[in-house]
Design a protein around this ligand. Structure first.
Ligand SMILES: Nc1nc(=O)c2c([nH]1)NC[C@@H]1CN(c3ccc(C(=O)N[C@@H](CCC(=O)O)C(=O)O)cc3)C=[N+]21
Length: 306
């Protein structure tokens, strides 16, 4: 990457402060666009060879406005890459059994390449059971036990999209993870936990922090690479960022606010993702890329040879 974009993060610094450090931005929008251009080329070739475009099924239960927006964004991004989408909308009153049946039908439908069940689902639904109804070969969102195990073992497979996007962003900015202390704040099944597994696979020393962690600040301060995935707006402040750290903000709180207080963190970090424009677009780029990979595998095509 040659992006020379920096952020001025000295505003608000105490008078007379000599610390004029500015972090370089990790431009998720730009990196995601590059990935999606390649995805579009692959989608077009699959369409040409098979006569059918790759198709992503999106499943949304209930009418949470943020989820509606995210699903729409994913569909728009699919359309731009030449991937069709089929949207399944179910009422908030849907039972686990009904949701499992709907997802099973998509798993068995030859027209569907990949399936995304938008998280979270209403509390009365067993989300794990619903995720497990996704056929492993269509788990382009990387949320099943099958995909989780592959990530844990370092085997090829579909990765969880946000952790996968984080890893792609680190690679795009040539961040070498070997021996680095990576601290993941958050331990959810499709974000924090797999993010730590992928970082471990790249030889980082990984620490997970969560709501029961004692003295969180002292651990965050040791992070060479920090992944914020807690879902609390501006929860991590610049004073806890180790100078020179690489900061990835996977938070998507109301009003497009991340889990990291950007201004203060950018004053100390060497590289940082903005919100918006950082991890979010990468998540979608990985989803589309994996949808095309799934479609190719289902058609018996080797993308490298197309
Ligand atoms: N099964 C499942 N898989 C997910 O990957 C998943 C999910 N459930 N549930 C919700 C979260 C959230 N999520 C985002 C994806 C992109 C942006 C994104 O691209 N945001 C833009 C800004 C969006 C805007 O402009 O409103 C950005 O950061 O630049 C944000 C959030 C995926 N999620």
């Amino acid at each position: 990457m040659t992006t020379a974009q920096t952020v001025s993060a000295t505003a608000g610094a105490p008078a007379g402060a000599t610390d004029t450090a500015t972090a370089r931005l990790m431009d998720g929008t730009a990196v995601a666009r590059r990935i999606s251009e390649q995805t579009a080329v692959h989608a077009a070739k699959i369409t040409e060879r098979t006569g059918t475009a790759p198709c992503l099924a999106t499943v949304l239960v209930g009418e949470d406005p943020a989820s509606v927006t995210y699903v729409r964004m994913k569909q728009n991004r699919c359309a731009k890459a030449g991937i069709t989408s089929r949207h399944v909308e179910l009422p908030a009153s849907t039972t686990t059994q009904e949701l499992v049946a709907a997802i099973t039908a998509l798993s068995e439908d030859p027209e569907i390449s990949g399936i995304l069940l938008q998280h979270p689902v209403p509390h009365h639904i067993d989300e794990r059971a619903a995720f497990e109804a996704i056929a492993p070969g269509k788990d382009v969102d990387g949320v099943t036990m099958h995909s989780f195990a592959a990530m844990g073992f370092g085997l090829p497979g579909f990765v969880s999209c946000t952790p996968g996007g984080i890893m792609r962003l680190l690679a795009a900015y040539d961040v070498d993870l070997t021996g680095k202390h990576a601290v993941v704040v958050g331990r959810s099944a499709i974000l924090g936990k797999p993010a730590g597994m992928l970082l471990l696979e790249q030889n980082a020393t990984v620490t997970y922090c969560h709501s029961r962690t004692r003295d969180l600040s002292s651990i965050v301060r040791q992070a060479d690479v920090l992944v914020a995935a807690v879902g609390k707006a501006e929860f991590i402040r610049g004073e806890d960022i180790k100078p020179g750290a690489v900061v990835l903000d996977a938070g998507y709180n109301e009003g497009n606010v991340g889990d990291v207080h950007f201004e203060s963190a950018a004053a100390r970090a060497s590289l940082i993702t903005p919100v918006p424009g950082g991890v979010g677009p990468m998540t979608i780029a990985v989803l589309l890329e994996q949808t095309v990979l799934a479609a190719a595998a289902q058609a018996g095509l080797d993308l490298a040879e197309l």
